[in-house]
Design a protein around this ligand. Structure first.
Ligand code: RFL
Length: 416
């Protein structure tokens, strides 16, 4: 790709393609596939940079707006939105005091994420609130977002101008030509699977651990709570003024039906060391395996994979959504530099830059996963690893240097 073939040059050629395609292709600079946290961040940042884009999302707006997963926007990501002048518009929720509780056999230890840097801190902002606000901001600014776009297919990714085709809700087939495609369609999307075999290497890891995850209309904890107990790991996170998310370690092949309400609340009370824990109606109950996955490189021709489309990080440490926001920022800056200054450095180094942080966060997440599971239930890895994990926790609770390093990783303000 050369500096000269900027987005503006592409528009004229699109018209020539119209006959070839047998339909009326539209032209834009970036086609974004997927309207989750990654896609909606990319689009808002691109609009902020004055670059046009079209978002294609398979689901309805209502469906996307209700998907509940992550709950904390880390400090680095809050400051990223702030640097684009978007923090006030897109971040909902409440400021987070940065204190995390780790309870070991019922004994409480508080860890601050204060890393000594000045500026805005993390926010307790449920993922669906962030997505709703990003979507509203983009549409209010006149952004082009097409829900219920079916059968998306990507073409000519290694040429100068890829084409993206899709079918609208009324069955019409449409085509869009563009300078770049941002594949923000998650782990099960179409972007990554379009890349020919042999181009990407998948590094996959199964932690051999299952989590029952429960969403309930029950009082949130004062602060995010992670608990180690001989019965296994459990956690309790705020998700709204009267909503909580809970995690309970279980066999990876367990079934939600094996966890009726009484069993869920009994397990939580025991593992959290809180016999008085207030219960409430359970609105969602799922079991998933803790797994990690990295695709390298995160680019193929003019397709750039952003967020879960490129990597999955086990939920311990709360990094999945935050990595998606990081990729989105790196991608948007790279496109801006290319379109505005014909500088393709950011595009050429996109994969390398993102993967450095991805592996950094995978390591943090893996370390925390092992520590909090091995320290409690020693049936998996045995008493030797239990001793190691307890020693790591002890160091974290007693050494200011260890807790400072932990804080840096929690906030995302580490140098990676
Ligand atoms: P998403 O959120 O999956 O969004 C992808 C979007 O693409 C659409 N799509 C398509 N559109 C068009 N055509 C197709 N063929 C398409 N296929 C898919 C989808 O409908 C969707 O709208 O990916 P994105 O944007 O990369 O965001 C990633 C985050 O969602 C993910 O990393 C986090 O949710 C992970 N995660 C957590 N991350 C954190 O930072 N902190 C947490 O506390 C946290 N908790 C969690 C989590 C993930 C969980 N699950 C999924 C196991 C808790 C859970 C339970």
């Amino acid at each position: 790709m050369t500096g000269e073939d900027s987005a503006a040059d592409l528009d004229g050629q699109v018209e020539q393609d119209a006959g070839k395609l047998g339909e009326s292709p539209e032209s834009t600079t970036v086609v974004v596939i997927g309207a989750g946290p990654a896609g909606m961040t990319v689009t808002n940042l691109l609009r902020r940079a004055g670059i046009d884009c079209v978002v294609l999302e398979r689901r309805s707006r209502e469906h996307v707006a209700q998907r509940q997963r992550a709950g904390i926007v880390e400090t680095r990501a809050v400051r990223m939105f702030d640097s684009w002048g978007l923090a006030d518009r897109v971040l909902g929720g409440v400021p987070y005091d940065g204190v995390l509780e780790i309870r070991v056999d019922g004994e409480s230890h508080l860890l601050s994420d204060s890393d000594g840097t000045e500026g805005l801190g993390a926010r307790l902002c449920p993922q669906q609130v962030l997505v709703q606000k990003l979507t509203a901001a983009y549409l209010a600014d006149g952004g082009d977002l097409r829900f219920e776009a079916a059968d998306i297919s990507l073409h000519d990714l290694t040429g100068d101008r890829p084409t993206v085709r899709y079918r609208t809700a009324d069955g019409t087939v449409r085509a869009l030509t563009c300078a770049f495609v941002a594949g923000c369609d998650g782990d099960h999307g179409v972007s990554r699977t379009t890349v020919p075999e042999g181009v990407l290497t998948a590094h996959a890891f199964d932690h051999g651990i299952g989590w029952l995850t429960v969403l309930a209309d029950a009082p949130p904890p004062a602060r995010p709570l992670l608990a180690v107990s001989p019965d296994g790991f459990a956690a309790h996170f705020p998700r709204g003024p009267q909503t909580s998310r809970y995690y309970v370690q279980c066999p990876p092949d367990d079934h939600p039906a094996a966890w009726p309400d009484d069993r869920v609340w009994d397990a939580l009370r025991t593992r959290l060391g809180d016999p008085a824990l207030v219960s409430g109606p359970i609105t969602d109950r799922e079991i998933f395996r803790l797994r990690s996955l990295v695709h390298d490189p995160m680019q193929h021709g003019r397709l750039f994979l952003v967020g879960d489309a490129a990597h999955i990080v086990s939920p311990m440490g709360g990094k999945g959504m935050n990595l998606a926001l990081y990729d989105a920022d790196v991608f948007a800056r790279a496109v801006r530099d290319f379109v505005r200054d014909q500088d393709d450095t950011g595009l050429r180094t996109y994969s390398q830059r993102c993967l450095r942080r991805v592996w950094n966060d995978q390591e943090f997440s893996h370390w925390l996963t092992r520590t909090l599971h091995d320290a409690g239930d020693d049936t998996g890895t045995g008493p030797f690893h239990r001793g190691l994990a307890r020693a790591r926790l002890d160091r974290l609770f007693t050494s200011p240097h260890a807790s400072r390093a932990f804080a840096e990783l929690m906030t995302g303000m580490d140098p990676a």
